[in-house]
Design a protein around this ligand. Structure first.
Ligand SMILES: Cc1cc2nc3c(=O)[nH]c(=O)nc-3n(C[C@H](O)[C@H](O)[C@H](O)COP(=O)(O)O)c2cc1C
Length: 134
């Protein structure tokens, strides 16, 4: 199996319904082909973790890269893995900030227990800089 994490820039702000539709479609397709992971969206940028059989993750990334809802996609990490970090999530979507205060503790607590410290660090630093580029 492989695991990868990328960041990208949203082409335009996605409404809550559009994000919900993206999640529904992605998690349905991922569940069918054995892909798991999570997607964090801060209104301007995405960070996504995808994991599964190499061939399937590559095919999924191929489709994601063509998607006009985002651009400037950059892969931060790509590793061979034996254990999944998000075994229970066909595609969990977290929209930031979680609360008006944008609590970092609340975000860290929502990550799966299986998640490696390095991955946790990537996502929590993404979450703590959410919105700062605007
Ligand atoms: C940020 C983002 C994340 C996505 N994540 C997934 C995903 O995990 N799995 C998936 O099948 N499609 C995902 N999609 C949707 C794909 O880009 C694509 O629209 C979908 O797979 C349908 O592709 P097709 O029209 O070529 O069949 C994502 C799209 C975006 C913008």
């Amino acid at each position: 199996m492989i695991s990868l994490v990328y960041v990208s820039t949203s082409s335009g702000a996605l409404a809550a319904e559009e994000l919900a539709a993206l999640q529904a479609q992605a998690s349905r397709t991922n569940a069918r082909c054995g892909v798991t992971g999570m997607l964090v969206y801060d209104g301007a940028r995405f960070m996504q973790l995808l994991e599964g059989a190499e061939r399937v993750v590559n095919a999924t990334m191929g489709r994601i890269q063509q998607d006009s809802r985002h651009q400037g996609l950059s892969i931060l990490r790509r590793d061979e893995i034996t254990e999944r970090e998000c075994p229970d999530w066909s595609m969990r979507v977290i929209a930031l900030p979680l609360t008006a205060a944008g609590s970092a503790t609340e975000f860290a607590g929502s990550l799966p227990g299986e998640m490696a410290p390095e991955t946790r660090m990537l996502f929590t630093s993404f979450a703590s800089s959410a919105g700062k580029e605007r």
